[in-house]
Design a protein. Structure first.
Length: 492
């Protein structure tokens, strides 16, 4: 039977095994494992007594198996402990990451404003286009037609047919009001006033007379004479400020041939455009590239049309664009040759945002508002206006028509009184140009102005300010006059 002798003998064997394995951790671990290894590995008390009492005579194979089993158990337990430790470390890392994310500084709800929830799609908004309803055109138009030998009989017929298409929907009559008047001038060596502005009372009357124009047996085409006759027709047809709210338009149907020369006409055309008249050109091209370049210069920007059977669409568009203009002291927003249906004006003096809003209403006779900025081109256009205004100094800071509505949890753009919608949500506009660190609603900064991004910058962006305490210049906006917006008074 095993007794104290067994443990003593095995203890002696432990030191032998430890030195044999040459592992630093075996001795301490193996002593704890010994009773279990002893009981599991021993087939009889005799075997272990023999091993303990006769260390030099024991079975080497059996001893090796016992040692190997003990080492494997220690290794398995060490690996298991390592895996547990790794999982614990991963859990700690995850907890720390969550704590850091939660603890990171964020804008407070007061700074950002509450987040609105929307259940319906928001319509997209763009800068107002000029309206174009041909039946509502209100213009005084003088048609100037080349009827020299430079224009063939066929081309004259095409010109008259084209004019009938252009004016087919236009209301032509006399007197003041929301309608158009048309006069006709022809030119060769000399110009003739065929039909005065005061003659036609209907489209049918106009179309019937225009189709009867015939070719002259003259080789010289003198456009300057034609323009002078048109200018005289405007003076005769608008005495004493009659229809002074109506735009004057000249429509030229010109042959661009080897015999045509527009050099003399260009200075006169420039003077007429400076005075506010619009010039639309329809060219019948005959390979005279120099004359082609000159006649394009005579036309107002974007108002040249090469003749073809469908060009009347483009001519109608040009008439609508000519009928889209601003009252005196207001500047029309344009990009290149494109005209928009909004007029801008720099406000006088420094006012708070709320005061500026009221000032825009006053100077526009209750039809204006602080300006909207729906695209980068308009942002740049307003910046250009300030740069060219001698009443303002750099750096330019000005109120715009954007403000935050606490009740609706969103920014809104101002619109004219009576508009639908009454205001336009910022989320319905693709353009944003916030300065760094903005928007921020701290300290009740619910109104927006445009200012330098930072001191050394030449770029401008939006900043929140208090609606009553920050005094700056401001930019006003009102709708242009156009086919759908008749302006009986254009003085302001």
């Amino acid at each position: 039977m095993m007794g104290t002798t067994d443990h003593t003998g095995v203890s002696c064997w432990i030191s032998t095994m430890a030195s044999t394995l040459d592992k630093n951790y075996i001795t301490s671990t193996y002593e704890n494992e010994l009773p279990r290894v002893h009981s599991e590995s021993t087939k009889s008390d005799h075997t272990y007594c023999y091993i303990a009492d006769n260390p030099d005579a024991h079975n080497e194979k059996e001893k090796s198996a016992v040692e190997k089993g003990a080492v494997d158990k220690v290794r398995k337990r060490s690996i298991g402990g390592g895996i547990v430790l790794l999982l614990v470390l991963l859990a700690i890392i995850l907890i720390v990451a969550i704590v850091l994310i939660v603890a990171l500084p964020r804008k407070s709800r007061d700074e950002e404003g509450p987040r609105p929830s929307f259940t319906t799609p928001i319509p997209r908004y763009h800068e107002k286009e000029c309206a174009c309803t041909p039946s509502k055109l209100w213009l005084d138009v003088v048609v100037v037609i080349d009827n020299s030998l430079s224009m063939s009989t066929e081309e004259l017929d095409e010109a008259s047919t084209n004019l009938c298409k252009v004016f087919a929907q236009v209301t032509i009559t006399q007197g003041e009001g929301h309608h158009s008047r048309v006069g006709v001038v022809t030119y060769g060596i000399k110009a003739d006033a065929m039909h005065n502005l005061t003659e036609f009372y209907s489209f049918h009357q106009f179309c019937n007379r225009i189709s009867k124009i015939r070719q002259k047996n003259e080789t010289i085409s003198n456009l300057k004479e034609g323009l002078e006759k048109a200018e005289q027709m405007f003076r005769d047809g608008r005495p004493d400020g009659f229809r002074k709210n109506v735009k004057e338009v000249i429509m030229i149907y010109a042959s661009i041939d080897w015999w045509t020369n527009f050099d003399d006409a260009e200075p006169l055309a420039d003077r007429m455009k400076i005075s506010g008249k619009e010039i639309i050109v329809v060219g019948f091209f005959h390979n005279n590239y120099r004359a082609y370049d000159l006649i394009r210069e005579i036309a107002s920007d974007g108002f040249y049309n090469s003749f073809n059977n469908d060009c009347y669409y483009g001519i109608q568009h040009d008439l609508c664009a000519a009928n889209c203009f601003c009252r005196r002291n207001w500047l029309q927003y344009t990009t290149g040759t494109k005209r928009f249906g909004s007029c801008l004006r720099i406000g006088a003096g420094d006012l708070s945002w709320k005061m500026a809003k009221q000032a825009c209403l006053q100077i526009s006779h209750e039809s204006g508002h602080l300006a909207t900025v729906f695209e980068k081109a308009k942002h740049d256009f307003i910046e250009w206006m300030y740069g060219n205004d001698n009443t303002t100094e750099w750096p330019y800071e000005y109120h715009i028509g954007l403000s935050y509505d606490i009740n609706h949890s969103d920014y809104f753009w101002e619109q004219p009184v009576g508009s639908d919608p009454a205001r336009i949500p910022l989320r319905g506009i693709d353009f944003r140009i916030w300065s760094w660190g903005y928007p921020s609603l701290r300290n009740d900064a619910y109104c927006v102005l445009t200012a330098l991004l930072y001191t050394a910058s030449d770029e401008y962006g939006w900043k929140n300010v208090h609606c009553e305490n920050e005094y700056r210049r401001y930019i006003c906006q009102m709708n242009s006059c156009d086919t759908d917006n008749y302006c009986p008074n254009i003085e302001e």
